[in-house]
Design a binder for this molecule. Structure first.
Ligand code: SF4
Ligand code: SF4
Length: 384
């Protein structure tokens, strides 16, 4: 008979309330939205590379209220930062807005990754009560050439201002690619005029390769790439570049303090590459989630979204910039892209609200996870 989570949760609702008031979070959840359609067609997109573009947006298998129950505050142990991201455009599904409202009302902090083109969705999000938009952060991907080609730049920036004026936090992020090199000054200038500061720059991986090796998406050498894209005082770029192609050997709390939830299947995984079996957490929303850290068994060639996972603290020993530093910009007029709520939240780390495992627990965790991790790595190696 499975234990009910309310008998084992170490966080009472009172503690959850305290966490919200102090802008603390106890978990980071990557919530994967099952959409492979998009309003743009960026040549460097990983679904383009893999030929996976879809033209339809299917309804979710579970309604937003059900997903809220599956990710209830007391089931996750307190407020979580939940990042909603699709392989295509996240906001193409009408249900994403409804799910955002449900999860904000539950008490979580929500991040949405979007290309910023769907005005109707932003109007709906901007109409949420201020106490909810205060816990909403939008990552606007600045696909400059595609937006320019399709005449969508005005719509894009209007949508960002709409969300800023509604009380949400935001960031602007460029995906570097070789064709964009000659337009950098132009796109920076436009961002200054529209939003008071230049964007942040990420580091793009080439998804045509998979498995043990994920190279930079460029024809340039590593040095040239850094010279071109590392000039813009972006801690996001600097940190991602530093950890690119560096396999992680530390004890990682992904699987316990952080994890991936697939909306399509209702499963919980430790990270993008799981070292255990995915667990169904949607069928029965009352059963506790069996959180188990991946430990020293990271399955990824490198931690490609380490700016978020490590920036928020899934490897507590690691010295990283804060997530706030990697997302915020101070504008010419002194205003900032992050509101005080998110500036405080993103300046924290998971270890501020979680206790690290003693060495004995780390050892036992590794013992339990390692056999499946080794078997999976072996299988992957033999398939390549
Ligand atoms: S906006 Fe994002 S999902 Fe859409 S084509 Fe560009 S990179 Fe791909
Ligand atoms: S180090 Fe990064 S990629 Fe590896 S398990 Fe941890 S979070 Fe995932």
């Amino acid at each position: 008979m499975p234990k009910r989570f309310d008998t084992i949760s170490r966080f009472s609702m009172w503690e959850c309330d305290k966490s919200i008031k102090r802008n603390k979070f106890v978990r980071f959840v990557e919530l994967r939205i099952p959409i492979r359609a998009c309003t743009l067609r960026c040549p460097y997109c990983y679904i383009t590379h893999r030929g996976l573009f879809d033209t339809v947006v299917k309804p979710f298998k579970y309604p937003p209220e059900h997903i809220r129950r599956a990710l209830a505050l007391k089931r996750l142990g307190g407020p979580a930062i939940i990042n909603m991201c699709a392989e295509g455009e996240t906001l193409l599904s009408r249900e994403v807005v409804e799910l955002t409202r449900e999860l904000l009302e539950e008490g979580h902090y929500i991040m949405i990754v979007t290309n910023g083109t769907l005005t109707g969705r932003f109007e709906e999000l901007a109409n949420l009560p201020k106490e909810l938009t205060d816990r909403l952060f939008i990552k606007f991907s600045y696909h400059y050439l595609q937006l320019k080609e399709k005449g969508l730049l005005d719509i894009f920036f209007n949508n960002i201002r709409r969300m800023r004026d509604a009380g949400a936090s935001f960031t602007l992020e460029v995906t570097p690619h070789d064709e964009l090199t000659q337009y950098v000054d132009e796109l920076n200038q436009r961002a200054i005029e529209e939003l008071g500061a230049i964007p942040h720059f990420t580091v793009a991986r080439d998804d045509r390769y998979s498995g043990r090796y994920l190279p930079l998406l460029t024809q340039m050498s590593r040095r040239e790439y850094k010279d071109v894209w590392g000039r813009f005082n972006s801690p996001l770029f600097d940190f991602k570049f530093e950890i690119f192609e560096q396999p992680r050997r530390e004890f990682c709390y992904a699987g316990d303090w952080c994890g991936v939830v697939e909306i399509a299947t209702g499963t919980w995984r430790q990270c993008y590459y799981n070292a255990s079996r995915p667990v169904d957490i949607f069928t029965d929303t009352e059963t506790p989630i069996p959180f188990r850290a991946i430990g020293h068994n990271c399955m990824s060639p490198h931690c490609w979204n380490g700016h978020t996972w490590m920036g928020l603290g899934c490897i507590p020993d690691m010295n990283t910039p804060t997530y706030a530093e990697m997302r915020n910009r101070i504008c010419r007029d002194g205003s900032e892209w992050l509101t005080p709520t998110f500036k405080e939240l993103f300046s924290r780390r998971l270890k501020d609200s979680r206790q690290e495992y003693p060495l004995s627990k780390q050892f036992v965790t590794d013992l339990k996870v390692a056999p499946i991790a080794v078997a999976k790595k072996l299988f992957k190696f033999m398939c390549q």
